[in-house]
Design a protein around this ligand. Structure first.
Ligand code: PLP
Length: 458
C-alpha cells in the first residue's frame, strides 16, 4: 500500500508549514533552517516520515498513544458516533449517551482509597483545561465551605500542568513563567522530590522522600494553613524529566494535606490509564486525592479528551450546596471523544494492557533499563511502569553534569532521530514513555537503539 502522504513532496509541505503554521513549543528560526520533519503515518509502535523513514516511537506521540497506532476499533467508534450524534453540548440540562457511559465507566475504574471515592467526572478536551477546572473547582469548594480565604494552590518547581494561564502557572517551568507574567496570583511552588539531584550526601531515598514532602508543610506554615486551598502534583513528574519520587514521599504529603485539611489534586494526565501499571496511579503511591486530572491516554490520543475525576468530598459540596457552577467548555462531554474513549478502555481491558505493564512488560523494561547503568554516560536510569528516564553525566562517580551549553541531551536526541528512535531530551535527561502494546521483543529492539545512540553521543 502506497500511503497518500508519502507521495507528497516533503519540501512543499515544509514550505507551507513554515509559511503558515505556528507550532507549539518551537523555535521558528531554528525550524525554518531545518524544515519540520513531516510525519505521515503510523502503525503499532512505529511512525513513518515523508521520506519513508521508519521510527520507533518511544514517546507514544506525547505520552498518549497507549493502545498503539492503527487501532481500527477506535476509528470505527468515532465514525459510528459521528453518524449518530456528532455533537451535542451538555449545558442547560442536556446530556448524551457516550458521555454518561464514560463517566460511569471511569467512576467504576477509579479505585476507592480510604474514605475517598470517585463517582463523578467533569469533562474537558485537554489536560490544561482540566487543570483550569481544578483551580476553579478547588476555590469554589472552599467558597461553599465558608472559607473563601483559602485561595492558594501549591505546586512544584519543574512540574508540568499544561499551557493555559492557570495550567502554566501551576506548572513550575521557569521558561513558561518568564513569557506570560506568570504565575497568576495565589499559586506558589516548592522543590521537586528528585533524590539524584537534591539529596544530601548519604541520605537514603526514604529519608529524602520525607524531607522533600516536609517542604510542603514549611510552605503551608509560611503562607498560613487557613489560606491554602490545595496541593497539586503529578504522581511521577513527566515532562520535568521523569522524576520518580521515593516511596515515602506521597504518604508523607498525604499526612500533611490531611493535617491541614487541604485538597490534594493528582495530575494523572500522563500517569493514568496503564502508564504506571494501574488505571489510576494514585492507588500505587498511597495518595488519597480529592481531584484527579486525566487526558491523553483516556482516548490513547486518537481524539482530544480530558477531565477531572471529582472525589466525593468535593462533589457532594458542589452538587448539594453549589447551585450553578459557572464553568464549562463547548466540548465538555463531546460524544465522539467519549465514544472513542469507551472503545479505547474496552480495548485496553480486552487486551489486558494495564496488567501487562504491571506484571510483565513493565518489570522487563525496568530490568533492561537498569542494564544501562553500566554505560559511562549514564548517571541514573530509572523506570516506573512504562515511563523511564536516564541522566547523561560527565562523571558518574562524582555526579558532575555537562555544561548545559554543550546541550548533550539534544545531541543524544539527534542521534536517536537519525537512528530511528524517538526519545525526548529534558536538559540532559533522556526520557521514554512507549506505547503500552510494546512487546518484550520490541523492548529489546528499543534498548538496542538506546545503547547505540548513547555510544554515538560519547
Ligand atoms: N498535566 C500533565 C501532567 C501533562 O503531562 C500535560 C501534558 O503533557 C498536561 C497537564 C497538559 O495537557 P494538554 O497538553 O492536553 O493540555
Amino acid at each position: 500500500l502506497v500511503r497518500r502522504a508519502e507521495q507528497q513532496d516533503t519540501k512543499a509541505i515544509q514550505a507551507l508549514d513554515s509559511a503558515h503554521y505556528i507550532h507549539p513549543f518551537t523555535d521558528h528560526g531554528d525550524l525554518a533552517t531545518r524544515g519540520a520533519r513531516v510525519m505521515t503515518h503510523a502503525d503499532n509502535i512505529y511512525v513513518w516520515d515523508s521520506e519513508g523513514k521508519k521510527v520507533l516511537d518511544g514517546m507514544s506521540g506525547l505520552w498518549c498513544v497507549n493502545a498503539g497506532y492503527g487501532r481500527k476499533e477506535l476509528a470505527d467508534a468515532a465514525y459510528q458516533q459521528m453518524m449518530t450524534l456528532p455533537f451535542y453540548n451538555s449545558f442547560f440540562q442536556t446530556t448524551n449517551v457516550p458521555a454518561v457511559q464514560l463517566a460511569a465507566k471511569l467512576a467504576a475504574l477509579a479505585p476507592k482509597v480510604g474514605d475517598r471515592s470517585f463517582n463523578h467526572v467533569f469533562f474537558s478536551s485537554s489536560g490544561s483545561e482540566s487543570n483550569d477546572t481544578n483551580v476553579r473547582m478547588a476555590r469554589r469548594y472552599w467558597d461553599l465551605m465558608g472559607q473563601p480565604q483559602r485561595k492558594v494552590i501549591i505546586s512544584r518547581h519543574n512540574a508540568y500542568h499544561g499551557s493555559t494561564m492557570a495550567g502554566a502557572s501551576l506548572g513550575g517551568m521557569s521558561g513558561m513563567h518568564a513569557q506570560g507574567d506568570l504565575p497568576i496570583p495565589n499559586i506558589t511552588h516548592i522543590e521537586q522530590p528528585h533524590h539524584w539531584e537534591n539529596a544530601r550526601a548519604g541520605e537514603t531515598p526514604a529519608e529524602f522522600g520525607v524531607r522533600a514532602a516536609r517542604w510542603l508543610e514549611e510552605k503551608i506554615l509560611a503562607i498560613g494553613p487557613d489560606k491554602v486551598a490545595a496541593f497539586i502534583g503529578e504522581p511521577v513528574q513527566g515532562a520535568g524529566g521523569v522524576i520518580i519520587p521515593p516511596e515515602t514521599y506521597w504518604p508523607e504529603i498525604q499526612r500533611i494535606v490531611d493535617k491541614y485539611g487541604i485538597l490534594l489534586i493528582a495530575d494523572e494526565v500522563i500517569c493514568a490509564f496503564g502508564r504506571l501499571g494501574h488505571w489510576f496511579a494514585y492507588e500505587k503511591f498511597g495518595m488519597k486525592p480529592d481531584l484527579v486530572t486525566f487526558a491523553k491516554g483516556v482516548t490513547s490520543g486518537y481524539i482530544p479528551l480530558g477531565g477531572v475525576m471529582v472525589g466525593n468530598r468535593v462533589a457532594e459540596v458542589l452538587i448539594e450546596k453549589g447551585g450553578e457552577f459557572n464553568h464549562g467548555y463547548t466540548y465538555s462531554g463531546h460524544p465522539v471523544a467519549c465514544a472513542v474513549a469507551l472503545a479505547n478502555l474496552e480495548l485496553m481491558e480486552r487486551e489486558g494492557l494495564v496488567d501487562r505493564v504491571k506484571n510483565d512488560t513493565g518489570p522487563y523494561l525496568a530490568q533492561r533499563f537498569a542494564e544501562l547503568k553500566d554505560h559511562p554516560l549514564v548517571g541514573e536510569a530509572e523506570t516506573c511502569g512504562f515511563v523511564a528516564g536516564l541522566v547523561l553525566v560527565k562523571d558518574k562517580v562524582k555526579r558532575t553534569m555537562f555544561d548545559p551549553d554543550l546541550a548533550v541531551g539534544m545531541i543524544c536526541r539527534g542521534h536517536c532521530f537519525r537512528n530511528g528512535l524517538i526519545m525526548r531530551a529534558v536538559g540532559d535527561r533522556m526520557i521514554i514513555a512507549p506505547p503500552l502494546v510494546m512487546t518484550r521483543a520490541q523492548i529489546d529492539e528499543m534498548m538496542g537503539l538506546i545503547r547505540l545512540c548513547l555510544d554515538a553521543t560519547l
